[in-house]
Design a protein around this ligand. Sequence first.
Ligand code: KG4
Ligand code: ZN
Length: 339
Amino acid sequence: MPYILAIESSCDDTSAAVIYNSKILANVIANQQIHEQFGGVVPELASRAHQQNIIPVVDAALKKANISAEQLDAIAFTKGPGLLGSLLVGCSFAKTFAMSLNIPLIEIDHLEAHILAHFIKDTDEDAVPEFPFLCLLVSGGHTQIILMKDYFKMEIIGQTIDDAAGEAFDKSAKIMSLPYPGGPLIDKYAKEGNPLAFTFPEPNIDGSNFSFSGLKTSFLYFIRDQLKKNPDFIEQNKNDLCASIQYTIVNILIKKFIKAAEKNGVKELAIAGGVSANSGLRLKLQEVCNQKGWKAFIPKFEYSTDNAAMIAIAAYFKFLHEDFASLDASPYARESGRI
Ligand code: KG4
Ligand code: ZN
């Protein structure tokens, strides 16, 4: 029965988690505020901040889990996709730690981990999906509908042909001059707004693929035209604008997801990735699944956005199969044939 330390450093959050079987004992996250002023993540600053954060974050995770490093059975790290400089910090740290403790190293794909977060069982009551199930993976860099056949056996049913759903949120927020990352702020202001106040066109894309770049452009032009008439337009309509753009993005996502579920005859639907923290998306999925008599799997808030707990649960399943990495494992920035 393993204790595993997992490290996530693919973007701008440094996180360390300790798992014992499928129960998370600690999940510590250090956010990097430095990027806010630049309106996006600056890769060099991110890797430097990871270097500063990693030891204190791992130390805090071990303390919280109330175990010593010597009790660990394996060390897991995010191998990709992500920012190379950021991934390298987690990867080098994990290798060194595993080598010094003489325990196995486990490499984990960040996207698989987002989905496998659904298998964390913090209590015996936590329900987990049954294979096959369909997962809508929505993050800052990805938007995919994935048919999950087994823990590490998945098939992409559809994906975005341009921007990811997270980018649609963040770029819309930027157009409204909201700070980065704008997704959580849109969610916050949307709660006070009218989702039908403004309507934006939904794309007409075949099959289960998505497109968000047209929506971004029409939002940009709409705001630009309104600002010409009223320079205070954004400030005066912030809540309604956020509610309306969120409503449109959620509708685009859910419609395709439901169609894909019907087409594939799957009745268990999960959402994963940072955008799965969105309250509009969470509500809508639950509502649709209730209507159809399907099961909705919505990750706990702390396991939605980037975190090491999801790396830890994926590592647990690899540990059971003794699927260990070699010490010359190196990270990858882009998706790498995981499916
Ligand atoms: O999975 P994640 O934390 O990092 C990546 O792997 O990309 O996802 C980050 C994305 C960002 O685009 C962020 O704005 C979005 O998730 N996000 C949200 C919310 N929380 C995070 N988007 C909408 N509503 C939220 N509550
Ligand atoms: Zn992520």
